[in-house]
Design a protein. Structure first.
Length: 113
């Protein structure tokens, strides 16, 4: 099951402000779909706390859950990060332009380096 993101970048930033949620996202990105048990083993917080954080991630559609047999697995929906990417892109382009200008300036000052 695929879920499209409908949240604002600020909703996602707010959810991502918690380091435990970022850890869960990293685990899901690295290992793919994971059960609650596997996710709990990858963190230093209780299973109940992992459940609480997963529910927040599900709420903003960064993670979705589905049953595979009797086991509920959680999967990262990285498409939900698209609004954040779109919001940050102008800033990234601006900084890249500034860094390119700095590089060009430094190369003009020291052409042999």
């Amino acid at each position: 099951m695929y879920l499209m993101a409908v949240n604002s970048p600020m909703d996602i930033f707010q959810v991502l402000s918690d380091p435990h949620r970022r850890r869960l996202i990293s685990l899901l990105k690295q290992d793919g779909s994971m059960s609650l048990k596997a996710l709990s083993e990858g963190t230093d917080i209780s299973r109940q706390a992992v459940t609480k954080h997963l529910n927040k991630l599900i709420q903003v559609k960064l993670v979705y859950a589905e049953f595979q047999g009797r086991v509920k697995v959680h999967t990262l929906n990285d498409q939900a990060l698209l609004p954040v990417y779109q919001w940050l892109s102008p800033f990234a382009r601006q900084w890249q332009h500034r860094l390119d200008n700095l590089d060009e300036f430094l190369n003009q000052e020291n052409p042999n380096e």
